[in-house]
Design a protein around this ligand. Sequence first.
Ligand code: TZP
Length: 210
Amino acid sequence: MDDRLHGLKLYLITDRTLFSSQCSFYFALETALQAGVKYIQLREKRLPTRMILDTAYWVMELTREYGAKLLINDRVDIALAAGADGVHLGRQSLPANAVRKITGDNFLIGASTHSLHEAVEAEKDGADFITLGPIYNTPSKLKYGDPIGVDVIRGVKTHVSVPVLAIGGIKTDTVHEVMSAGADGVAVISGILAAEDIKGTAGEFLRLVQ
Ligand code: TZP
């Protein structure tokens, strides 16, 4: 694996709507970092730009403290302004090859994909790694579409050489299945952030993806 992606096996994605206050949101992220999470994606699409930037500054401080990396969803401008480690691109975002023109070589570029075709395209565009899903049903199925199933991971792994992280409804009891299908790791929102014991659950995920 590309050295810049060292330890990219568990990718924690944020959703502050799971929390009643900003304070409990930061506390949850810090707890996950204490458990050893090394990659976080700040994914707060609905917030106004300035609030995303402020949140990015805060989360950057936290991730630095714990030696973890931070990627910002979609907003390469905010990622650069906040000094984040990278950006995570969606289908409507700038393509990776355009992002690379305005960032350095060390800047990490992740891309969301939902099929073999999109995975191949994202790699061709220059993404450093991809998320693939939703593999299973997710709490908000409408937003992410129907589950694509575990077998798609096998197909993608035979056509794509960048790391593939399974996403969508991943819980501790499904990690084994997606890893056995060839996933390089997992990307998780509610499996960790909605858990009663965030530290214990994040630690369990980390053990399971090794
Ligand atoms: N992309 C595909 S599914 C998904 C995203 C962002 C949501 C994953 O959330 P959860 O709670 O881990 O199922």
